[in-house]
Design a protein around this ligand. Structure first.
Ligand code: GTP
Ligand code: MG
Length: 195
């Protein structure tokens, strides 16, 4: 699948702007700055495809990327970000929730978790929403290049334990580093298998 060309399709600011639900759709959700856009760039092998930046709140629209003829990858605005005007944040957060609970063609949500921090209360809220909407989700640890050994094991244990309480959670956790490329081939294979 990832040998096929990838491209930016559009940025969406309201539900009525969503493209037709006629492709296999995977989305990347997670706290602000967790590495969603960087992961899409790593997966597609195109560095500047999704805009990544050290400024939290970089992605403010729902960005659709095509891979080949049959798939969308969706880069979502981050959640849990407090440093933007409240009205603006409320707008993306509402859209994010509407999208996650109401998108028919969404096959799986990848919920990204910073390997240094583990699952936080805001992640739990999103996971609970995905449970309610019966959207299968899979946890992806990001920035694993920043934690090693026992610290990493501790976070993994926390994530495993928290996931076990969520009926929509897929049990396998994917460990990734967009920086080093770790886990990228694994995640590509998981995505390519979804129909
Ligand atoms: P928002 O759009 O603001 O929600 O952020 P995002 O989740 O899209 O994060 P983004 O991809 O923009 O990355 C945030 C910062 O983390 C950037 O400075 C990235 O370079 C850095 N980053 C992302 N992935 C990794 C990784 O695997 N390792 C390391 N060390 N840094 C990373
Ligand atoms: Mg982003």
């Amino acid at each position: 699948l990832f040998a096929a060309p990838s491209d930016f399709l559009k940025g969406v600011v309201a539900m009525d702007g969503l493209p037709p639900a006629d492709r296999i759709e995977l989305c990347f959700a997670g706290r602000s700055n967790v590495g969603k856009s960087s992961l899409i760039n790593a997966l597609t092998g195109r560095k500047g495809l999704a805009r990544a930046s050290n400024t939290p709140g970089r992605t403010q629209e729902i960005n659709f990327f095509t891979i080949g003829e049959a798939h969308y990858l969706v880069d979502l605005p981050g959640y849990g970000y407090a440093n933007a005007p409240l009205k603006v944040v409320e707008k993306w957060q509402r859209l994010l929730r509407q999208y996650l609970s109401g998108r028919q063609s969404l096959r799986r949500a990848f919920v990204l978790i910073d390997a240094r921090h583990g699952i936080k209360a805001v992640d739990e809220e999103i996971m609970t929403l995905l449970d309610s909407a019966a959207v299968t989700f899979q946890a992806v640890l990001t920035k694993t290049d920043k934690v090693k050994g026992k610290d990493r094991e501790k976070v993994l244990a926390q994530v495993r334990e928290k996931l076990s309480a969520h009926p929509a959670a897929y049990p396998e956790i994917v460990l990734t580093s967009s920086e080093k490329g770790d886990g990228i081939a694994t995640l590509r294979a998981i995505i390519a298998e979804l129909e």
